[in-house]
Design a protein around this ligand. Sequence first.
Ligand SMILES: CC(C)(COP(=O)(O)OP(=O)(O)OC[C@H]1O[C@@H](n2cnc3c(N)ncnc32)[C@H](O)[C@@H]1OP(=O)(O)O)[C@@H](O)C(=O)NCCC(=O)NCCSC(=O)CCC(=O)c1ccccc1C(=O)O
Length: 265
Amino acid sequence: MRPEEFTDIRYVVEEDNHAVITIDRQERMNSFRGRTVDELISAFKHAWADRRVAAVVLTAAGERAFCTGGDVKERAETGGYGETEWGTFEIERLHRIIRDVPKPVIAAVNGIAIGGGHVLHVLCDLTVAAEHATFAQSGPRVGSFDAGFGSAYLARVVGEKRARQIWFLLDRYDAATAERWGLVNEVVPADRLLDTARAWARKIGSYSPTALRFLKHSFNADSDHLGGISHLAFDGLALFAEGEEGMEGARAFAEKRPPDFRRFR
Ligand SMILES: CC(C)(COP(=O)(O)OP(=O)(O)OC[C@H]1O[C@@H](n2cnc3c(N)ncnc32)[C@H](O)[C@@H]1OP(=O)(O)O)[C@@H](O)C(=O)NCCC(=O)NCCSC(=O)CCC(=O)c1ccccc1C(=O)O
């Protein structure tokens, strides 16, 4: 897919140095549907292939949300995430490409990062967050889980107790807390968010791309076996999400009522 065809995201190469990928579905709080995921994968491939690009910035439009994960309304209405290029929902491939693209990926978190949106920033190499940004997982409330990188790799980042706290209590954490936990690298005022990400990209652009490529692969190698767990988990999730228990979570969200999971205990 060519960048001119994108409807859910924007892709721009700035200063002949870095790519900026902007999720832009503000009417659904920058949640992703199947098409959004296809476009994100395509954008990362463009950034991978483009020799001008030293680093990739992943951000989103507006100040309210970075990404709120899967489009829960779409899921409640249709049981899935809508049409895709190949007929498959490629979120796992998106996770892989963020890790595999041999250039540092910087998440610039401009608002809430929750659910699958939180997982996206966790998988990025670096995270800079606006002061008002918040962080949370939500799966067990809306009938979902990320039992792969989204939980196991998160535990690498913040430690087992914090990762379990994030997934079992589903609270929202402010940017200062996220920085204290090592979940984000730096917190800046909202009006400095993109400039900080750009400055990091510029700095990265002055370093040896081959050295950076090997370093990224080296960091990944140590946790790559978690990809096998992700594989199992996403196949399990696909079955779970369309079943009664999974759908209770999505429907409850769309109907603005608390979910009732008691019959599934
Ligand atoms: C983000 C909130 C905390 C914001 O709360 P608040 O500020 O009070 O605003 P709201 O009034 O709730 O929301 C405003 C407006 O936006 C709509 N909206 C918000 N989030 C979404 C969303 N994710 N999808 C669609 N629409 C959304 C909301 O309905 C409101 O619309 P109105 O028309 O104005 O009423 C809060 O909104 C919130 O908690 N949102 C849900 C976050 C969430 O749970 N996300 C999904 C998690 S699951 C996931 O991301 C993984 C999916 C996945 O990878 C997968 C893969 C393979 C198979 C299956 C799956 C799977 O489905 O799990």
